[in-house]
Design a binder for this molecule. Structure first.
Ligand SMILES: Cc1cc2nc3c(=O)[nH]c(=O)nc-3n(C[C@H](O)[C@H](O)[C@H](O)COP(=O)(O)OP(=O)(O)OC[C@H]3O[C@@H](n4cnc5c(N)ncnc54)[C@H](O)[C@@H]3O)c2cc1C
Length: 484
């Protein structure tokens, strides 16, 4: 049977292991559509994500063209656009891969109902997760709240189904003249920054798109994985996969990651030990768990999971927040992380934890202010992973780090960046200090500072806060809600 199909691309910007695209191409000629959602009902993506999206859509368009297809791009409210396109193009089948944010789920449900009522078949699939959020539950059928049993239950399900190859050919369904004016070019979307063009560091650091994702995965499994279990905490080494933006945009899926790793292990081609591989898979597990949490707690990015934190005495301070955002706190590891983020759109996980803890605890800023900054500046900004991680650091989340565990950014630096290489890379004005002084320049001798060309308060800021004072103030603030 041949019927006109429409595949609606969202965070599944790939051809391989894309079950919804496969279903559409098997049905007949396909209209491949991407809609930049501009409705106020959904959270707009941040600046760094817009840059990534623009590049990824261009790569996707090329890949579709090589198979005979083409990507049609529009901007607007999918609730209005999709039914119109379906009607005017005579579409009989609409496919998409599922999303897990509350507003997006509501939109998809509404569209499914409306299209089905018009006699259109709508088929949705899972491309984004190993397990759907409702597939893992406690013995009594409740959502999981703790990672370890969650991941154990996920592992007991065995291997996820094998990824499917990209369609061999795609027959492109042309746009009818009546809706051609709705289509825009990628450039018209205005996703890339121009005035100023702040994306130079992003362009250098990343290769968005399915092929870039596959290369990164292969390289990581073939060499980067060696020593991952320990080295993943070292921001001075390129010891993690950097797959997070590729996974977020669905340029690669977790089933592909899983099977590529298991395959390489079986063939003796994976670098590293069993422990490295298991640790890496468990990080994919944290991604799964975060999506599970978001699905069952739709307000994860805006509301404390632990409602005791609703009474937390935050001390909003716009100037302090600004200095944190700009990497000008006077605490080297924090500044290095925030500058890495600003330049490349990514930050090492250990440093994300340190900068988040510093903002929430030492500076007493509401975790939502940090979540929002990350949302705008990370290329991997993700509704589930970002919100779950911020609440984890704040202590307000599920299975969270206790609030009283306050990272000391100096000892974190000494442990995880022992030679100060990471700080030297991102805070070059401190590069001349010794390994001993680099994580706390305010304690360096006058002679050491002079020789390194540093004047605290002039060439590099004095610490925004005394770390011992900030720590005690945070503990006192926490004590006020603890008994609640
Ligand atoms: C405050 C804070 C905010 C964060 N915001 C995001 C975010 O918006 N988007 C995002 O993808 N990750 C976020 N993380 C999690 C983590 O820092 C990144 O996923 C990781 O640094 C990405 O680098 P990688 O791909 O090299 O990771 P790897 O160590 O190679 O891990 C492989 C994959 O596992 C997943 N993963 C790893 N750690 C976590 C984690 N703690 N939680 C959920 N998934 C994880 C990612 O998809 C990652 O690509 C955040 C962490 C913190 C502490």
């Amino acid at each position: 049977m041949t019927e006109r199909a429409l595949h609606w691309f969202r965070n599944d910007l790939r051809l391989a292991d894309n079950p919804a695209l496969a279903a559409a191409t098997e049905a007949g000629p396909v209209l491949c559509l991407y809609i930049l959602d501009t409705s106020p009902d959904r959270r707009p993506i941040g600046g760094a994500s817009r840059w990534w999206l623009s590049r990824s859509l261009a790569v996707l368009d090329d890949a579709l063209a090589r198979k005979g297809g083409r990507l049609v791009v529009m901007a607007g409210d999918p609730a209005l656009l999709l039914p119109r396109i379906v009607a005017e193009a005579g579409i009989k089948l609409v496919t998409w891969n599922r999303r897990y944010e509350a507003a997006e789920i509501a939109l998809d449900r509404k569209l499914k109902e409306a299209l089905t009522a018009d006699g259109i078949t709508v088929r949705s699939f899972n491309s984004h997760l190993l397990n759907e959020p409702w597939q893992i539950t406690t013995k009594t059928g409740q959502p999981m709240k703790v990672f370890t049993p969650y991941w154990r239950a996920a592992r007991q399900k065995g291997d996820p189904c094998a990824p499917t190859p990209a369609p061999r050919a795609i027959s492109a369904l042309p746009l009818p003249d009546s809706i051609k004016p709705l289509a825009v070019s990628l450039g018209d979307l205005g996703l890339e920054p121009t005035k100023p063009d702040w994306a130079g560091g992003l362009r250098e650091a990343w290769a968005p798109g399915e092929a870039g994702a596959a290369t990164r995965l292969d390289e990581f499994i073939g060499s980067g994985l060696a020593g991952y279990a320990e080295a993943r905490d070292r921001p001075d080494r390129a010891a993690t996969s950097r797959l997070s933006p590729h996974l977020h945009f669905g340029e690669i899926g977790p089933r592909q990651v899983w099977h590529a790793l298991q395959h390489a292990r079986a063939a003796g081609e994976a670098a590293g030990s069993e422990r490295d591989a298991e640790k890496f898979l468990s990080e994919i597990g944290w991604r799964e768990f975060s999506h599970h949490l978001l699905f069952h707690n739709p307000e994860l990015a805006t509301r404390n999971y632990d409602s005791r934190f609703d009474a937390f005495p935050w001390e909003p301070d716009h100037k302090a927040l600004r200095r944190w955002q700009r990497g000008q706190t006077g605490i080297p590891l924090v500044d290095a992380g925030m500058r890495e983020l600003w330049t490349t759109g990514w930050m090492h996980n250990r440093v994300r934890m340190v900068v988040a803890s510093f903002l929430i605890k030492h500076l007493l800023q509401d975790w939502r202010a940090g979540e929002a900054w990350f949302w705008d500046t990370l290329v991997d900004a993700d509704a589930a992973n970002n919100a779950a991680s911020w609440q984890w650091v704040a202590g307000s989340g599920a299975d969270a780090s206790p609030y009283f565990r306050i990272f000391n950014p100096v000892t974190q630096g000494e442990t995880h960046d022992p030679k100060g290489a990471y700080v030297r890379q991102w805070v070059p004005e401190l590069a001349g200090l010794s390994d001993k002084d680099i994580h706390q320049p305010w304690k360096a001798s006058e002679k050491a500072l002079r020789e390194a060309g540093i004047r605290i308060g002039e060439t590099y800021p004095a610490p925004l806060i005394d770390l011992a004072f900030g720590r005690q103030r945070a503990l006192d603030a926490f004590a006020t809600i603890r008994s609640g």
